[in-house]
Design a protein around this ligand. Structure first.
Ligand code: CUV
Ligand code: SF4
Length: 623
């Protein structure tokens, strides 16, 4: 691959300046390593390389159409895809389990470091799942709720609890296909089992179980993560925040939190607000302690507490290149191991907190339920002590931060609408809001950073389509100034009218990656209100710049839930016509939705727009 021009790598000023600084200072980034890895292995790219037993590894070609065991390209591609999304479902869901364990520790008195911040939501969810709450103590209810959620991970249920939210028609479809999600761990284990040599050797059958595994993620693992996080840390409500590398402060101790789970970062936030620690920072010559987020841990803190966001996936290395970061504290997922090396080019220390996510070269400060507060203080003290090691002459904070509005949980959206979804549904019926699209997911250095994320959103709001953003897309759309009420000037007339009247932006930040479950729920609520299936709604999902197993799992549960799903680049399945055909067409007949792959944001907007028009027409709604 030829060396790319910085202007072709990213659309952002802050990124370009840091890429130039990295180049000047000889610091390697993901873009450099992509160059070294290109061209990628064709067999891997096509998904026709199988490594699941030692009669192999086998790779399928014209000359050798079958693996040693006799598996063909369809079987191999399907198995690889199944294991790929299984990894993603496991990531989201294990995160969900950690949240349930935290709530359980609170309920049983095992920890005093955490508490229930949204008691009303606790009782609401308990009621929704059908158990008695009248006159009971909240810790008691929480204990019962965690028992129910723990069971959602197991093998005893015929269906996960939150299937109570799914429209009847959708449940019927899943039942008929045999893909009703039963238990999170069960579906994940069965996926691994089926893809062992000599089990599921029928590609469509494997793909169906992939769908089931991902449904267990979306409607259980992720949904539980979201709801329990709200109970523990508060349900998000609209608030202002700031984004981009300009949120770092050259005269303060800068701490970055990165990863996905709010359990660690919420405690770090408490510690940075501790007057004693602020005093200590001042004694060391800093003007205070500044906390900023990256990726989804950043989203979690921003949604609930308004903590600024330094950047998304491809900004994580570049945030350290500013030279202004004392420590980067990580929990798990999407954390590039290169952050240790980039940190070592400066005084920046990487601190790991989860035993399941250690990084060689980082310092491990184990966070457990009973010691979260103490460990957070320890981390913040380490950051303060490192401030003196900073080489101020190498610090460059490249831009001024951009204002955003965040905090649109479903509860907050309903409140903004005046207490029910009816005004939104009426606006959809009237064609003022023609549809709703969730734009979610990551960055990928194969694509120009945030180009597709931003332009797709801009095109959609112009077409009167309301955009919901999560994950790394949030930062992109925030930086593009789409997350402010004033951004409605960029929207079509209908969307302008509705959002203007409500005082909300045309793009709503609904949370982190696990919070895509909020979007599932909103779709279900609208479908139930209209008495239709989710696949009948004028809605779509998109992950323009995705890279991760988790993003593929999200895409898979989206389409399996009946939501048309656009991807900016394909998963590694193109080596099988059968699997590719299923993904882009065949599943339409089975679940009423499929994948569409299109790297160009303008063409993608047309595809999504056409789909929305089709669905509006079928519902008898005018354009
Ligand atoms: Ni999951 S969205 S890189 S951090 S999965 Fe991670 Fe959220 Fe993509 Fe971003
Ligand atoms: Fe090769 Fe079959 Fe083993 Fe895969 S399972 S490595 S195709 S022999």
């Amino acid at each position: 691959m030829e060396k790319r021009n910085i202007d072709d790598m990213t659309i952002w000023e802050d990124a370009k300046k840091m890429l130039a600084k990295a180049e000047k200072e000889g610091i390697e980034t993901a873009w450099d390593r992509l160059e070294q890895q290109t061209p990628h292995c064709k067999f891997g790219e096509q998904g026709v390389c199988c490594r699941i037993c030692v009669m192999g590894p086998c790779r399928i070609s014209k000359k050798a159409p079958l693996g040693v065991c006799g598996a063909d390209k369809d079987v191999i591609v399907a198995r690889n895809f199944g294991r790929f999304v299984c990894g993603g479902a496991a990531g989201h869901s294990d995160h969900g389990r950690d949240c349930v364990e935290a709530l359980h520790a609170v309920a049983t008195g095992e920890t005093k470091d955490y508490s229930i911040r949204d008691e009303a939501k606790l009782f609401r969810i308990a009621g929704e799942l059908g158990f008695e709450t009248e006159g009971r103590a909240s810790l008691d209810v929480a204990k019962d709720l965690t028992d129910i959620f723990f069971e959602d991970f197991g093998s005893r249920k015929k269906e996960v609890s939150f299937l109570c939210r799914v429209p009847e028609k959708r449940k019927e479809i899943w039942k008929n296909l045999g893909i009703t999600p039963r238990g999170v761990d069960r579906e994940i284990t069965e996926m691994m089992h089926r893809t062992h040599m000599g089990c599921d050797n029928d590609a469509p059958n494997t793909i169906l179980h992939s769908a089931r595994t991902c449904l267990a993620d979306g409607w259980a693992g992720s949904m539980i993560a979201t709801e329990v996080s709200d109970i523990l840390f508060g349900t998000p409500s609209p608030r202002k925040a700031k984004v981009n590398l300009g949120v770092l402060k050259d005269d303060q101790v800068n701490i970055l939190v990165h990863g996905h789970n709010p359990i660690v970062s919420e405690k770090i936030l408490e510690a940075v607000n501790d007057p004693e620690l602020i005093e200590r920072a001042k004694e060391k010559g800093a003007n205070g302690i500044n906390l900023a987020g990256l990726c989804c841990t950043g989203n979690e803190l921003m949604m609930r507490q308004g903590i600024p966001m330094a950047g998304n996936h491809l900004m994580t290395e570049l945030a350290l290149v500013t030279g202004a970061v004392e420590v980067i504290v990580v929990d798990y997922q999407c954390i590039m191991p290169s952050l240790v090396q980039v940190g070592n080019c400066f005084h920046t220390k990487m601190i790991t907190t989860a035993d399941k996510a250690k990084f060689t070269g980082a310092e491990h400060v184990r966070f457990e339920m009973h010691n979260g507060k103490e460990q957070a203080r320890k981390v913040v003290k380490m950051a303060i002590d490192r401030f003196a090691m900073r080489d101020q002459s190498r610090v460059e904070i490249p831009v001024e931060p951009v204002d955003i509005t965040t905090g649109f949980s479903n509860e907050a959206i309903i409140e903004a609408l005046g207490g029910s979804l009816t005004p939104l549904i009426d606006a959809i019926k009237a064609g003022k809001i023609r549809g709703i699209v969730g734009i979610v997911g990551c960055n990928n250095p194969k694509l120009k950073h945030d180009h597709c994320n931003v332009n797709l959103a801009k095109e959609l709001i112009k077409k009167d389509i309301l955009v919901l953003a999560t994950g790394c897309v949030t930062t992109a759309l925030g930086k593009a100034e789409l997350l402010m009420p004033e951004s409605i000037s960029q929207a079509g007339p209908g969307l302008q009218e509705i959002c203007g009247a409500l005082g909300i932006p045309p793009v709503l930040h609904v949370g982190s990656c696990v919070d895509n479950a909020r979007i599932l729920q909103v779709c279900a609520l609208i479908a139930n209100e209209l008495g239709v299936d989710i696949s009948d709604l004028p809605v779509a999902a998109s992950s323009p710049e995705w890279y991760s197993e988790k993003a593929a799992a999200i895409g898979t549960y989206a389409f399996a839930s009946g939501i048309y799903t656009h991807l900016g680049l394909p998963p590694n399945i193109l080596g099988s016509e059968t699997v590719t055909g299923l993904a882009v067409q065949g599943l339409e007949d089975l679940v009423g939705a499929c994948f569409a792959v299109e790297p160009d944001p303008f063409k993608a907007a047309e595809l999504i727009d056409a789909r929305i028009s089709l669905k509006r027409k079928a519902l008898g709604l005018s354009e």
